[in-house]
Design a protein around this ligand. Structure first.
Ligand SMILES: [Zn+2]
Length: 152
């Protein structure tokens, strides 16, 4: 299967730097619980950051914190997302959970990540999650109808 990739733009590089600065300034080290920074760019160009909150119960990855930060700040349409590891680890691709969340919440988003040969590029989330299960945040926002979630 061929996955289309896109070369990084200047704006993408700026987003990577933003995420790197967040984790560099706020990590608690090699064995810490804050080891990843993330940044999202909204459709209007504004950047929002996040850092992971590792916890054994399933604390959110940096990408999810960045999504929440963007939403809480009023952003509704997001264009691009990236995560960067602490201690100079560079760009790291999102885990499976993040990919599914991105797919469901922001089906048009581009994800910056290492691709074949370690080249950092961006990939549309729909190309990154082929044959995906689709869930809609709208479906669970409806009032309970006595039929249960997922009922058509
Ligand atoms: Zn994750």
């Amino acid at each position: 299967m061929h996955i289309p990739t896109h070369e990084l733009t200047a704006a993408d590089r700026e987003l990577i730097d933003f995420a790197r600065d967040i984790v560099d300034a706020n990590t608690d080290g090699e064995d810490g619980v804050h080891t990843m920074g993330a940044a999202v760019r909204a459709a209007d160009g504004t950047m929002y950051g996040g850092i992971n909150l590792y916890h054994f119960t399933g604390g959110p990855c940096a990408e999810l914190v960045a999504l929440g930060n963007a939403r809480a700040s009023g952003a509704r349409e997001l264009a691009t997302i990236v995560a960067v590891g602490n201690l100079g680890r560079g760009v790291v691709g999102p885990c499976g959970r993040d990919r599914q969340v991105l797919f469901d919440y922001h089906p048009g988003i581009r994800v910056i990540l290492p691709t074949a040969g370690g080249v950092v590029a961006s990939v549309g989330i729909k190309d990154l999650v082929p044959f995906a299960y689709a869930w809609s945040p709208d479906a669970v926002s409806k009032a309970y109808d006595g039929e249960g979630p997922g009922t058509p």
